[in-house]
Ligand binder design. Structure first.
Ligand code: UTP
Length: 291
């Protein structure tokens, strides 16, 4: 029997330098895709997968994220007095006692950010969602839901696995794949940011994980890796062979909202499918392309 996945860690302590100056005073995770912040989509995805406790690893300048998930007292009171609809705020408040905010004082790497949550995770398996990776599945079939369904079958450790063009692999954690069975691929090895031409495959880690708590012990003594950062990929690689490890191919679309192009693509794709915006944006884009 596998233990259920009840907890999710959202590492949000990065500096977001690729979006400067927008991220000088506003956390990257609060940048909106149409009208919902990136972090909201990630929390919705975790909730849909049955996850109860949301753990945010934040840093300096990220206080607005904590406020975002609170009650907006003045705004809500005023809107209510004016008889305005408040349904846009549904899902923005977190359950009391089920939201945890931790500080990573220095951005020493993703692995270090996860390790900051070790005491809250305790001895349970847990999920990790990088909110700047926007994963869009069919309704009720988000990326984390698909991963939890796979976890219920095979247990152990799971990473989302995504195929990308080979020349982009130096920017990512890359899987050395074994046997494939439907959406599941055995993970034989992992390498962070391989040099061009050395990646073991074009299957990358786009920022969704289900990990066993033993990874925290490994992170405790994990040496710095690629880019001089403490890398989660390196710690996960140490679990391979000791515990089951699989990649899950996501049935859906992925937008890398940590990059400007991916962020603009996500806004366009979502706006085009919104009933209140789609026709307008389609007409505008068609005109614009014809100019
Ligand atoms: P990124 O590599 O996207 O870094 O981190 P970043 O700082 O957010 O953005 P750029 O590259 O400077 O533009 C991937 C994820 O890991 C978190 C980030 O917040 C992001 O969600 N992270 C990274 C931390 O929480 N702490 C770290 O030390 C590093």
């Amino acid at each position: 029997m596998t233990k259920p996945i009840r907890k999710a860690v959202f590492p949000v302590a990065g500096l977001g330098t690729r979006f400067l100056p927008a991220t000088k005073a506003v956390p990257k995770e609060l940048l909106p895709v149409v009208d919902r912040p990136l972090i909201q989509y990630a929390v919705d995805e975790a909730r849909e997968a049955g996850i109860e406790q949301m753990i945010f690893v934040t840093g300096r300048g990220k206080g607005a994220i904590e406020d975002y998930f609170d009650i907006a007292f003045e705004c809500e009171t005023l809107q209510r007095e004016r008889g305005k609809d408040l349904s846009a705020l549904d899902g923005t408040r977190l359950d009391p006692g089920n939201a945890v905010f931790l500080r990573q004082q220095e951005p020493l790497g993703l692995g270090h950010a996860i390790w900051v949550a070790r005491d809250i995770i305790g001895d349970e398996p847990f999920a990790i969602l990088l909110p700047d990776e926007f994963m869009k599945g069919a309704p009720g079939q988000g990326c984390m839901k698909q991963m939890v369904d796979a976890y219920d079958k095979v247990g152990g450790n799971l990473v989302c696995a995504l195929e990308i063009p080979m020349e982009q692999t130096p920017s990512y954690g890359v899987i050395d794949p074994g046997a494939r069975d439907g959406a599941l691929t055995e993970v034989k090895g992992l390498v962070e940011k391989p040099r061009l031409g050395t990646a073991p495959s074009n299957l990358i880690l786009p920022g969704r994980y289900i990990l066993q708590p033993e990874v925290m012990k490994i992170l405790e003594t994990q040496e710095k890796g690629a880019g001089g950062e403490i890398q989660l990929t390196d710690a996960m690689a140490s679990l391979i062979g000791r515990q089951p490890f699989h990649g899950v191919t996501f049935d859906g679309r992925r937008f890398d909202c940590g990059s400007k192009a991916g962020y603009i693509e996500a806004n366009l794709a979502l706006a085009l499918e919104r009933p209140d915006l789609g026709d307008h944006i389609r007409a505008f884009a068609t005109d614009e392309l014809a100019r």
